[in-house]
Design a protein around this ligand. Structure first.
Ligand code: WTA
Length: 656
């Protein structure tokens, strides 16, 4: 354990990890981006981003690269471009019309193959249809769709028209959709009868109707996916196949200002009303395309890329739609869940399409660990050459499992840190450059400036922990919170106002080499006898025990230590719950890995953990359980029965 004195404003740096994985030599020799990019960007950050912006087709070049009136930025001002043309038309014009853009796999097993030429036709037809329905540049269009190709067509059609879209995850309720419709003041909603999930049709239209009722929504464009009967409001609702299919496949694109709003994506804060995170066009697309090229090392002629996120999250926006398509990727898009019809579905898809690059979340990786190694072992995963992770800190053991069991021990793993607000990846290894450390996002990408500071905004030395900040503006940064500039300034820029830093809300540490380790949201930090301990480190220590697949820890009020650590663990497939013996073993294990200070006071073996719909653990609810309180707001919980399962475990598993 560390000898660091307890400090009020920094995080203790406890867990040490010294395994290293240098890039495979073949990948390093052919890598899209080499080590020189760091020096190049450091010598002139703005010129570096201008060079990246030239990856795009501009109708007119920008007159200034960055206008920075903190905290308001304009990138590539004066430039004109059309985002959809950059994602689609230009590839067709360059002779790649026959290249597959999307291999779509429906959950029931139906498939669609969409070339870039077909994608262009579909986007143009959808754009023409939206114009017929009254959409003009600047109008907000709500999209509430399952993972079907029309979601991509709809987003790109909006982009083509300069009409910002706001995609709402199909798993959100009518109430959530309604709040977002009202906040965005949208007049058009694009939805579907439903989608397939866990082997069944999952209706969307009834929720869309309930949400639209009494709002400003004038027209609803409905995709037929499941074929189930749905309510239909004459005069307001129209079928996609009636309106879009009869449109001409030619559409003359208009060029828009680099700062034209591209989308609003709502993030649910823990309590307050959702924040409409606003992204614009030129800077966003520049960083989306550059980071996708650099971090995934995409070779458009040979790679098959798969980002297994939902289009309703920022990961789907940037790394299914805008980044990959701007880079002319061939990609897989999958409608359903990883366990339908069997727990090997992901690996079957990888085998079928010979996927080379896979991007998914730690929560999914840990679920696969829990299901057992024998499932992926049944499939040929030898096409994979790179694996990515996003959404949460990835525990070193999950990282190693991902590399070994899925990547056959050959593939680099890139742990990518970013947020809805940052728009694109900010901190990540470069697969052909970085000697990877399991569990570390490592360094800011070329052109990005990040640091870890103490409560006064002073950078912590190597080996120290504190708050992760971004110290310079970046092209894909959020431009604001829709309709609320004050909340924008207050939420992100007030904590370190004096220094002008963007505060991300995450804790982080620098190791002895200055590499960055994300430690989770600062609201989750525990304080045990004056030591500020990150939940992530204790969780990673627990997951490093071979019996544990997943862990969530929280600090519960403790009369002697201030807070005591309570751990909720899910066991790996095939591991028996030995009761108190197991708990004692795990407590000893944590003491060995981190130090006695981090030893959980209590360990509960649970079948599931409460997660948000994007897979993040809701520690707030676990704190309620640990402190025997009634549960707070559970509306963002993915599966509300989980809390009953956990509560049922309580009386028998008390320690000490
Ligand atoms: C967390 C997802 C550690 C972090 C793109 C961040 C991560 C929040 C990582 C944003 C990572 C995301 N390591 N933590 N590689 N990636 N996070 O807006 O707490 O859904 O602030 O964007 O996820 O989540 P969001």
């Amino acid at each position: 354990m560390s000898d660091m004195p307890p400090s009020k404003d920094t995080l203790s740096n406890l867990l040490a990890e010294d395994r290293r994985f240098p890039p495979p030599s073949g990948l390093a020799a052919e890598a899209n981006v080499t080590a020189s990019a760091y020096a190049e960007a450091a010598s002139d950050r703005i010129a570096f981003w201008e060079e990246q912006a030239r990856r795009l087709d501009w109708g007119r070049p920008w007159t200034s690269a960055l206008e920075w009136d903190p905290p308001f930025a304009k990138w590539f001002n004066g430039g004109l471009l059309n985002v959809a043309v950059n994602a689609v038309d230009r590839h067709v014009d360059a002779g790649h019309g026959d290249q597959v853009a999307i291999h779509w796999e429906g959950e029931p097993g139906d498939t669609r193959t969409i070339t870039y030429a077909q994608l262009k036709d579909e986007v143009c037809k959808a754009a023409n249809a939206l114009v017929e329905l009254g959409v003009r540049a600047g109008d907000r269009v709500m999209i509430y769709l399952p993972m079907i190709p029309e979601a991509v067509f709809a987003m790109l059609a909006c982009a083509r028209l300069g009409a910002p879209h706001s995609v709402v995850f199909g798993g959100f309720s009518a109430e959530a959709l309604r709040n977002r419709i009202e906040d965005a003041r949208a007049r058009i909603l694009i939805t579907a009868d439903g989608g397939f999930r866990r082997g069944k049709p999952n209706a969307l239209k009834p929720a869309a109707d309930e949400a639209a009722e009494g709002t400003g929504i004038e027209r609803v464009l409905v995709v037929r996916r499941t074929g189930e009967a749905v309510p239909f409001t004459e005069g307001r609702d129209v079928w996609w196949h009636d309106v879009v299919d009869r449109q001409p496949s030619a559409h003359t694109p208009e060029y828009f200002d680099a700062e034209q709003p591209l989308f609003i994506l709502y993030t649910s804060g823990t309590t307050a009303k959702p924040k409409g995170i606003l992204h614009t066009s030129g800077g966003y697309l520049t960083q989306a395309a550059y980071t996708h090229h650099a971090v995934f090392d995409l070779k458009p002629d040979t790679d098959v890329y798969w980002c297994a996120a939902d289009i309703g999250w920022v990961t789907g926006h940037t790394y299914i739609v805008y980044g990959p398509l701007a880079n002319r990727a061939t990609q897989v898009m999958y409608e359903g869940t990883p366990d339908t019809p069997h727990r090997g579905r992901f690996w079957e898809i990888i085998q079928k399409y010979k996927v080379t690059l896979l991007y998914t979340a730690p929560t999914t990786i840990r679920t696969f660990m829990k299901w057992g190694d024998d499932i992926p072992a049944k499939f040929d995963l030898s096409s994979l050459r790179l694996l990515g992770s996003v959404g949460e800190p990835i525990n070193p053991e999950a990282w190693i499992w991902y590399r070994d069991t899925i990547g056959g021990g050959r593939t680099p793993v890139v742990d990518t840190w970013w947020q809805t607000e940052t728009g694109a990846i900010m901190i990540s290894p470069l697969p052909g450059v970085t000697a990877a450390k399991p569990g570390s996002a490592q360094v800011a990408l070329p052109g990005i400036a990040a640091d870890v500071v103490d409560g006064d905004g002073v950078p912590v030395p190597d080996g120290g922990g504190g708050y992760l900040v971004l110290t310079e503006p970046w092209p894909s940064m959020l431009r604001g919170i829709w309709g609320d500039p004050e909340r924008y300034a207050d939420t992100y820029w007030s904590r370190f106002a004096e220094q002008g830093f963007y505060f991300a809300g995450d804790g982080a540490k620098k190791d002895g080499d200055g590499d960055l380790w994300l430690l989770g949201r600062v609201d989750d930090v525990m304080n045990v006898s004056g030591h500020r301990i990150s939940t992530t480190e204790v969780e990673s220590a627990l997951v490093s025990n071979p019996q544990v697949a997943e862990a969530a820890v929280v600090g519960a009020t403790d009369p002697t230590t201030g807070q005591g650590i309570v751990a909720f663990v899910i066991l790996r497939g095939g591991t028996a719950d030995k009761g108190p013996e197991l708990a004692a073993e795990l407590r000893e294990h944590v003491a060995r890995e981190i130090g006695p200070i981090a030893k959980p006071r209590q360990i509960l073996v649970v079948p599931e953990l409460p997660k948000t719909r994007s897979g993040k653990i809701m520690r707030r609810l676990l704190r309620d359980v640990a402190e025997n309180r009634s549960l707070g707001d559970v509306t963002t919980l993915q599966d509300s029965s989980v809390m009953d399962l956990i509560a049922a475990k309580l009386p028998t598993s008390k320690e000490d």
